[in-house]
Design a protein around this ligand. Structure first.
Ligand SMILES: [Mn+2]
Length: 424
């Protein structure tokens, strides 16, 4: 479904007065409001093609209705999100779940919605129908060279799909590892994986990046061959300047200090991209900001200072993606909430008085440092985020408009109640 701009204007008229009161109260309190609004406008978050349908667990999946049944419909869904918030201007494809049949037509369809293609994602964590060799005991780490070669060839195929769509990065997440002590020789597994990644790296175009994503556990429960940021950084350093570590917020052991990890990776120039989600226990893939918004703010505080120190462009120099699973909510509503949470935290981080924080740190004034951080965190930045949306031609209240339009009802009419999306 396509959203007419008149419908957005009509919606904005309804909420304009309320919004003006809020923004007028906030602006005089801020020193750099205009710069923050501009940065918020520029900041786009890629939507993964696998998150547009209902997710599930190994215990079951309870599908919604009107889910996108093919890649074209997935692009339409991201187009609808982007029309509502003007903040989701990219889509991240998963191969082989979303192989573009006609890349040129797909690219044109996406461009019509103002979308570009973010990182392409390979999949060697499950077997596909008709596949010659099984990944049951891993892919790039596998003891059998034929399995390793199949995984390398698949990744190179994914790069080719990405080139055809105008993407410029490959995300490699490996489920490789072991479930029991003694099952795997750690050093051989590491070396084989590194050798495979080297062959994939060699197939990257000059302007491309490779993101090496890590995960602490699951599906393997004793060891993961890319299990933490240290292992990912080892691979990235050995591979070369086009290889980076990708941080997925849910891929850590409980209570890991993710903001510190982010700070150090940025300092090393090796942070490449981000997968946003939230979690209570593990890789829960919940809505961004739904469980621990303070942690999200602290991470953004490190991202902002780290990028500024290296003169990086906030919007372009790192890959920003959502990686979540929507098991009980309408996926599009969940994604609208996630994008909003990301922008709220980003805006709060942009409000931190960095010179004052730095002075407090140097003076070992712990109480003042906390005051400075929490002063920014407790600022209600929602009017700033809404103002950025308003200026970009998006809706003042995207979720409300989505519901007023009965968008899910319309999608169900178009696609039927049994249409099921591919992916997680
Ligand atoms: Mn991820």
């Amino acid at each position: 479904m396509k959203l007419a701009s008149e419908r957005i204007q009509e919606h904005n008229k309804q909420y304009q007065q309320q919004h003006q009161q809020k923004i007028a109260a906030l602006l005089p309190q801020l020193k750099n409001a205009e710069a923050v609004i501009q940065k918020l406008t520029d900041f786009q978050i890629a939507i993964p093609s696998w998150a547009l349908g209902t997710g599930g667990t190994r215990f079951g999946r309870f599908s919604g209705s009107g889910e996108p049944g093919n890649l074209e419909q997935k692009i339409e869904d991201v187009g609808l999100l982007h029309a509502l918030n003007r903040s989701s201007g990219a889509i991240s494809l998963h191969i082989p779940w979303d192989i573009p049949g006609d890349p040129k037509a797909i690219q044109e369809l996406a461009a019509g919605f103002g979308l570009r293609f973010d990182a392409v994602n390979s999949n060697t964590f499950q077997d596909q129908p008709g596949q010659a060799h099984s990944y049951k005991f891993g892919s790039l780490q596998h003891t059998d060279k034929k399995v390793r070669q199949q995984a390398i060839d698949h990744n190179i195929e994914v790069i080719k799909h990405g080139i055809a769509l105008g993407s410029d990065s490959l995300t490699v997440w490996l489920s490789d590892g072991s479930c029991f002590p003694g099952q795997l020789n750690f050093r051989k597994a590491f070396q084989r994986t590194l050798d495979g990644l080297r062959e994939i790296y060699a197939a990257l175009p000059d302007n491309w990046k490779m993101f090496v994503e890590y995960k602490a556990f699951e599906p393997n429960f004793y060891s993961m061959t890319v299990g933490d940021w240290g292992q990912s950084l080892l691979y990235a350093n050995k591979l070369g300047p086009k290889a980076y570590t990708l941080v997925d917020l849910g891929h850590h052991l409980a209570n890991a200090n993710i903001e510190q990890i982010v700070a150090l990776l940025l300092g090393e120039g090796k942070l490449g991209g981000f997968h946003f989600n939230d979690s209570k226990y593990g890789d829960d893939d919940l809505t961004v900001g739904s469980i621990n918004p303070y942690q999200l703010f602290l991470i953004f505080n490190e991202l902002v200072t780290g990028m500024d120190e290296r003169n990086m462009n906030h919007a372009r120099d790192l890959g920003w993606m959502i990686d979540a699973s929507h098991n009980v909510k309408d996926p599009l509503e969940d994604l609208l909430q996630s994008v909003e949470a990301i922008k709220i935290a980003y805006a709060q981080a942009l409000l931190v008085d960095q010179p004052a924080l730095s002075a407090a740190q140097e003076a070992n004034d712990t109480a003042l440092a906390q005051e400075i951080l929490q002063d920014a965190y407790r600022t209600d930045t929602r009017p700033l985020v809404a103002e950025a949306r308003l200026r970009a031609g998006a809706a003042l209240a995207p979720l409300r408009l989505y519901r007023d339009l009965d968008a899910r009802g319309q999608l169900t009419k178009e696609r039927g109640s049994k249409s099921v999306a591919t992916g997680l």
